[in-house]
Write a protein that binds this ligand. Sequence first.
Ligand SMILES: Cc1cc2nc3c(=O)[nH]c(=O)nc-3n(C[C@H](O)[C@H](O)[C@H](O)COP(=O)(O)OP(=O)(O)OC[C@H]3O[C@@H](n4cnc5c(N)ncnc54)[C@H](O)[C@@H]3O)c2cc1C
Length: 331
Amino acid sequence: MPSSCRIAIVGGGLAGLAVAHALRTFGIKTEVFEVAPALGEIGAAVNVSPQAVKALQAIDLGDKIAAVATTSPGIYTRNMQTGEFLEFNDRRKNAARYGAPYYTFHRADLLDTLASGLDGSAIHLGHRLIGLEERADGTILAFANGARVEAEIVIGADGVRSVVRQALYGNDNPSYTGQMVWRALLKGADVPQDVLEPTGHIQWVGPGCHLLAYYIRGEALVNIVTQEDTDKWVEEGWSTRGDPDEMRASFPNPEPRLEKLLSLVTECSKWGLFTRPLTQNWGRGRIELIGDAAHAMRRAAALLLQCALQAHARQRRAERIDRCRRTQRPR
Ligand SMILES: Cc1cc2nc3c(=O)[nH]c(=O)nc-3n(C[C@H](O)[C@H](O)[C@H](O)COP(=O)(O)OP(=O)(O)OC[C@H]3O[C@@H](n4cnc5c(N)ncnc54)[C@H](O)[C@@H]3O)c2cc1C
């Protein structure tokens, strides 16, 4: 006999917890079902744009997210090999323009904040959805641990490889974009200050790749995230443990500050970036999809859109950076 609830959210990631929090502000109770044994994501940061910050402020999380966020004056871009200054993206100006700051978070801190206002007994960990059955008056959810839950409404927030999506639309697996990412976290105290001068948020751009390094949790940690064009993604999954030497080899002839930064990496992960074409398949009947389950996109899509809207005066600097990135990648 299945247990029952009004609204079931499958997936306790950023989208699932944000929607649970948002519905709570309207007095609507939800139950969250998450496969992981604990909430939280280790070893990665997330950049949150002013538009997203405004959305979080609108669900009464403004003060709480500000308390765990880091803000930088802006992103300072250098040539990866020569160290030459290429561009400064002034985040303070952007904050004034859009009416909210740009924040960076440790993902675990943002998830904790989203979970903080929720009723802990309504978050069901260790629940992997394996199937669902649509009925006229609701949906039966079946979990790998044997639990069955009948919900009036289901919100599928189970990420880029969504089981809810697959149940609705079949196997429209996301495809590899031709780009992969390295991620690493360093202790802030281990990174010489001049490496991240002058803003604490540096981007190095090179042939077919870029690398960003910035402080999170104040200056306690330095997050490194990269992106490179490569057809060599051979892993079965989309994220795996990486080899620091292989990571270093991806950025040949780095300028001295970048070389120093890369020399400090002792652990890293690598990610293939996957996407699927935007469709109208965002749910049907009593089932809705949100987050990556609805619209998996390239990581920098929002940023590229922002670039496209920027004033003509910035076009030339953008072109210089683009030229630098498009230089033939050494094989
Ligand atoms: C390397 C990298 C860097 C990124 N950096 C940024 C950034 O700086 N800024 C930004 O805005 N975006 C960034 N993104 C994109 C961002 O991470 C995603 O858009 C966001 O995490 C999507 O949230 P989500 O909740 O939809 O999915 P997810 O975060 O993937 O969460 C899905 C949740 O569902 C759970 N789940 C999965 N399957 C099941 C199941 N069968 N049953 C129950 N639970 C399940 C998972 O355990 C997980 O908790 C980045 C992505 C990558 C890969």
